[in-house]
Design a protein around this ligand. Structure first.
Ligand code: KIV
Ligand code: ZN
Length: 385
């Protein structure tokens, strides 16, 4: 099995979600929980962005001992100096340097020629090398960059001392097949590529961030970046809990593993949702309220007979107490009998049949049937004649 490093950027790219602003105490609480979850790298912020970010990165670096803490930096000396001041107290300080490489970004945003971008990238890596033992270098907007240019600049930054090469899909544009092809191309065409780790960083504008990340794993990536609950700039980043659980459940296919303690997933998701104020949609994979809820009679009957009929992930795996049977108009007799028994009533088969008729009548008028509704129906049926 290949080991995949998990790089969590909830506190940096995740905090770039519109409307989210975490204070120092909240950031520390999330960082401690990420450590418990077992991520390999925490991107704690962007030290040069503000005094608050600098303080948060510094405190997190000095507090967290079981993962590497990193901070983002543009390819300029003042950012690198600030990042070192913030990160030097960490257990394994690493720098995350980036510069844009796509024609659109180089021309309109950086107003730099491709050769100038290469020069800036190389001198930033060389400058950072005097402080940092580990340097991650990111080609912003890599997926809309010219592949040959990408090859050239990556070759140069590896020569300058970069240890991790990240290929961000900054605007969530790429498809899984194309993303995999970029990794294959780089793996085959860059000298000494085996000496560095290749990383995937995907955004979810077209809803493909997790699929793209998994495609990268299939094509040589050994690090996946993302956020808890998939929060982040615009439509967000790859949801790390989905990537990790997919790798675990389909290890037969991916032949890759992470060191995440999967049972901490639900707790981490709840904490991030509470502190960022970003609600998790009920149907969200792995951590949504409905991820382990069964409503239809056919599914409920199957799950009550054997869970694996409709559950490929056991709720306990990700720290959810148990699955749930939601009683509504699609539910069947089996689930009804089960719930009534759990509520402490023993009904004959005839009583269950009558109750089932009343239950369906009510379910046609009301979306979810609560335990109180059920108790009232049982009383009408059993004791009220
Ligand atoms: O999406 C992106 O390109 C980024 C980089 C700064 C790595 O977040
Ligand atoms: Zn990003």
């Amino acid at each position: 099995m290949r080991k995949i490093n998990i790089f969590d950027t909830t506190l940096r790219d995740g905090e770039q979600s519109a409307g989210v602003n975490l204070n120092l105490t909240e950031k520390l609480e999330i960082a401690r929980q990420l450590e418990r979850l077992g991520v390999d790298i925490i991107e704690a912020g962007f030290p040069a962005a503000s005094k608050g970010d600098f303080q948060a990165v510094k405190q997190i670096a000095e507090t967290i001992r079981n993962c590497s803490v990193t901070g983002l930096s543009r390819s300029v000396q003042s950012d690198i100096d600030a990042a070192w001041e913030a990160l030097k107290g960490g257990a394994e300080p690493r720098l995350h340097l980036f510069i844009a490489t796509s024609p659109i970004h180089m021309h309109y945003k950086l107003r730099m020629k491709p050769e100038e971008v290469i020069e800036a990238a190389v001198s930033a890596v060389k400058y950072a090398k005097k402080y940092f033992p580990i340097i991650q270098w990111s080609a912003e907007d890599a997926c809309r960059s010219d592949l040959k240019f990408l090859k050239t600049i990556i070759t140069e930054v590896i020569k300058a001392g970069a240890n991790v090469i990240n290929i961000p899909d900054t605007v969530g544009y790429i498809t899984p097949k194309e993303y995999g092809e970029i990794f294959s191309y780089l793996t085959k065409n860059i000298q000494n590529i085996e000496k560095v780790s290749l990383s995937a960083h995907c955004h979810d504008d077209l809803g493909m961030a997790v699929a793209n990340s998994l495609s990268a794993v299939e094509h040589g990536a050994t690090q996946i970046e993302g956020t808890i609950n998939g929060i982040g700039e615009r439509a967000g980043n790859a949801a790390l809990e989905e990537v990790a659980v997919a790798l675990y459940i389909r290890k037969d296919y991916y032949q890759a593993t992470t060191r995440l303690n999967l049972q901490e997933i639900k707790r981490t998701s709840n904490l991030v949702s509470k502190l960022t104020g970003m609600m998790v949609p009920p149907n969200k994979a792995v951590v949504g309220k409905n991820a382990f809820a069964h409503e239809s009679g056919i599914h409920q009957d199957g799950v009550l007979k054997e869970k694996t009929t409709y559950e490929i992930i056991s709720p306990e795996l990700v720290g959810v107490h148990s699955n749930s049977m939601v009683l509504g108009k699609h539910s069947g007799r089996h689930a009804l009998r089960n719930r009534v028994t759990e509520l402490g009533y023993t009904l004959t088969e005839e009583e269950i049949n009558k109750l089932f008729v009343r239950f369906k009548e009510l379910a046609d008028k009301k979306k979810d049937i609560t335990d109180d509704d059920l108790v009232a129906l049982v009383f009408e049926e059993k004791f009220d004649q």
